[in-house]
Design a protein around this ligand. Structure first.
Ligand code: HEM
Length: 381
């Protein structure tokens, strides 16, 4: 069970256990067990932009491109970026909109709907499957995988995480086996025929890239839908303003609103690094080999940068927003994510008259230190 969120009329601040609001007023770097946690905006930004000192190679398992450093990271990042260009994302938008509209139209009105389970997860899974060319009958297995992956990550149990990762590998390897002719008819086949540094990608590398897209995409998109809907349902003034932007079809304004809503209540809490050399940061001395967490959610609410972290101001806060990270590992899926979230938001707002929090079931958060929203029951009018 997570902590409960009360249901007042203002945007609900995220759990202080997640963002360490109180802690980073006095202390931008803390220690939890044997791990350093960077909370301050300046400290998180500095570490993310210094990959020589703060390496991403934090585990034995090679994750492409997430766990790579230096030239190897750059080479694989070029491969990944090829699939996430503005043109490719624009090409996905009509199918994404059809999926979003069908989900919203299929939901009851004036009854409780659980946003993450009934909107976020099916939307993320169907959109991702369409992008990658995966069959619709895989939906059940993927939905189950998103849930189990989320639970395993939260548990911190490495055996569980490895089991879930292996299950995903088996799903992907079956899909790859079905594409024996390597004809590049969809993103998965195209990736199977792709190269890095002039040589073909290995099966291991293809599976890893697909796993990271899926792990990054499905859980985060579903959680982000929960955050956005929670924000609308707790804030009538902004819901009205966003309804007007959706009616006008103002894509740029809707996307910057989404980034700002996610800054206030960041569903993608943190990433890991390991120090490669002794370093001073936030008046603390970190030794070579020490583990370090970059807490994006905390940095996004640092009062040194955002006077009132709950104050919603997309234009003023855009340049300091760390929802998609910063530095060489900054999210390559940002354009795709913003398109997908804008489309589901547009369809949700234009196909309903209003969204309220459910009166009988409060929203629930994950336990700290994550503290992101776990369930968001709402009523569509
Ligand atoms: C709400 C949605 C998302 C959020 C908030 C988010 C956030 C982030 C952040 C903060 C990072 C930086 C990680 C680091 O510095 O270690 C990152 C990296 C990454 N993201 Fe996303 N992401 C989202 C969706 C996606 C999507 C849709 C995809 C792909 C289809 C994706 C793929 C990746 C990959 C592959 C990396 C690693 C990049 C690298 O190591 O160079 N993400 N994401």
């Amino acid at each position: 069970m997570g902590d409960q969120v009360d249901t007042g009329s203002n945007p609900q601040p995220p759990d202080p256990g997640t963002t360490h609001d109180a802690a980073h007023r006095s202390c931008p770097v803390t220690r939890e067990g044997d791990t350093w946690v960077l909370l301050g905006h300046a400290e998180v930004t500095a570490a993310a932009n210094d990959p020589l000192t703060f390496s991403s190679a934090t585990s034995q398992r090679r994750a492409i491109p997430n766990s790579l450093d230096g030239a190897e990271h750059l080479a694989f990042r070029k491969v990944v970026d090829r699939y996430l260009t503005n043109d490719r994302v624009a090409h996905e938008e009509p199918a994404c909109r059809t999926t979003a509209a069908a989900i919203i139209d299929g939901l009851p009105r004036n009854e409780t709907v659980e946003t993450i389970e009934e909107i976020g997860i099916p939307f993320a899974v169907r959109t991702q499957s369409a992008w990658l060319g995966w069959p619709p009958d895989l939906e059940g297995a993927l939905v189950e995988w998103v849930r189990d992956n989320h639970a395993a990550t939260r548990s911190g149990d490495r055996t569980k995480t490895a089991e879930v990762a292996e299950r995903f590998d088996r799903i992907i390897r079956q899909l790859m086996a079905a594409r024996t002719d390597h004809a590049p008819t969809d993103v998965t086949s195209e990736l199977m025929a792709d190269t890095v540094d002039g040589r073909p990608l290995t099966d291991e590398e293809i599976v890893s890239i697909l796993r990271n897209w899926t792990a990054g995409d499905l859980g985060s998109i579903a959680a982000a839908v929960g955050v956005i809907v929670h924000f609308l349902a707790t804030n009538a003034e902004h819901q009205r303003a966003l309804r007007a932007l959706a009616e006008d079809g103002d894509h740029a304004a809707l996307e910057s609103a989404i980034e700002e809503i996610l800054r206030i209540d960041d569903p993608f809490v943190s990433n890991r690094r390991v120090a490669t050399a002794p370093v001073e940061i936030g008046a603390e001395h970190i030794n070579s080999g020490d583990r370090v967490i970059l807490n994006w959610a905390a940095a996004n609410r640092d009062p040194q940068v955002f006077d009132d972290p709950d104050h919603y101001d997309p234009a003023a806060n855009a340049n300091q927003n760390l929802v998609f990270g910063t530095g060489p590992h900054a999210c390559p899926g940002r354009v795709l994510t913003l398109m997908e979230l804008r489309v589901i938001l547009q369809e949700l707002l234009t196909r309903t008259n209003w969204i309220d929090l459910a009166a009988d079931q409060p929203a629930v958060r994950e336990e700290p230190p994550q503290g992101d929203l776990k369930t968001v029951p709402v009523v569509l009018r």
